[in-house]
Design a protein around this ligand. Sequence first.
Ligand code: GLN
Length: 514
Amino acid sequence: MTNIPIEEQTFFGHPKALFILFFTEMWERFSFYGMKALLIFYLTKYHLFSDDTGNLLIGSYAALVYAVPVIGGFIADKYLGFRKAIVFGGIMLVLGHLGMAYEGNAATQSITGEITRDNLALQVFYFSLAMIILGVGFLKANISSLVGELYSVGDKRRDSGFTLFYMGINLGSFLATIVCVWLGESYGWSYGFGAAGVGMFFGLVTFISGKKFLMGKGESTNQPFLEKRSFGLKNEWLIYIVSVLSTLLFWQMVQNHDAVSIALQVAGGVSFLYIVYYAVTKLDGKAREQLIALTILIVFTIVFWALFEQAYTSMNLFADRILDRHIFGFEISAGQFLSFNALFIILLAPVFAWLWVKLGKYNPNTAVKFALALALVGLGFGALVMGINLSGVGKVAAFWLILAYFLHTCGELSLSPVGLSAVTKLSPVKIVGFMMGVWFLATASSEFIASLLANIASVDTSNGLAPDLNVAKESYLKLFEYLFYTGIGFGAVLLALSPVIKKLMHGVDKELNN
Ligand code: GLN
């Protein structure tokens, strides 16, 4: 083995670098999802936020977390290169997650209902979120783009590379939703959040120590700019400094839902105009149409993730309040139910990847797969509606939430890994990083919309608890019914549009799924 040059060394038939990225992203997602699974409970039970304010805070945070990758992707494309951006993002993430471990004092509620909160602890918490936002912004889209860079054009291993990478994401999420939720609920919030930080530290070490396997991939294409000095400092350092200073802005924004809403609209509008400008002035024929196809597909992902992301707000609270959480005599905590999504991904990702290949010429095109995904996420809510209707006056059986996660996962597998791969194939090479950022910007809007949707099911709480089971059930029923119809409806619309989108993709799509 030792005589084979690194560039030719493979593992499971893939470049070794894929596994460096796999484990880095595994740990990054461990920290991300470990924290996210605890978040709604931390807000509603520890800081005694109402459902509404808890949902909206998660919406603002998650929207920013997925919006900033557009800027992170752009900076990596133009200046830093993917590798340096990932290292910088990783450092910010370790700091942010460790900051979350400071919990301060629990809020108290007086008999008259007045709530006293530890404001210092809350400000530390918001600032930690700001660091995580910046960290994900530099890491998330760029690590996905770097996976794409490991394969040359037409390399048939690209899709299976993304499938493996996606399993890494979910291995991290699976471990996190078991371990961090357990630590957080049994020993205290700071243990759960702290564990997330330690996980991210492992991720950073993995990435830095695996540098040689990247073989110069992901390096800056604009080294002279980085070396050049402005204001007496190397431009590279200026980028880091300005980025760190931007945490001050995110720190304030995360506390202001309206500001996030405006920022999303501006970012969405500007990105859209840039895509149009690029398509009109720099591209023609096939490349232009492929970019248009990708943009249409990305718009539909907004609906998918807005429904899917209920997992961390309304579905998580539903599991806590309404679900009989006993399985085979064991009681599972609400946040741990999220691990079913990750577990199903790990089990089913290879099955789906195999299925697409097996279907050969009957393999549905990407637009049809996305339509299927929308229908499946809708059906997942259908399962919850059925579970609630069958539960009488008692709690809902755990089976229905597990079935919902199963259907949501099948939807995710028809959209997410396929979509990541599509971004790297349908975008012009020069703007892959940016388009990957736009892919995540769509999720950002979804997260924001998801929090507004989750509020449909908000119930009045006292000391962090929902007092009446049946009143709570009614509000979840209303939300889930609505989401069921939304998923099915948008799925049907996309299915109707799919022949047009297929044409615009010019067969790249077929190449994708082999
Ligand atoms: N669960 C996936 C991840 O964390 C997809 C997230 C997304 O694109 N919304 O990477």
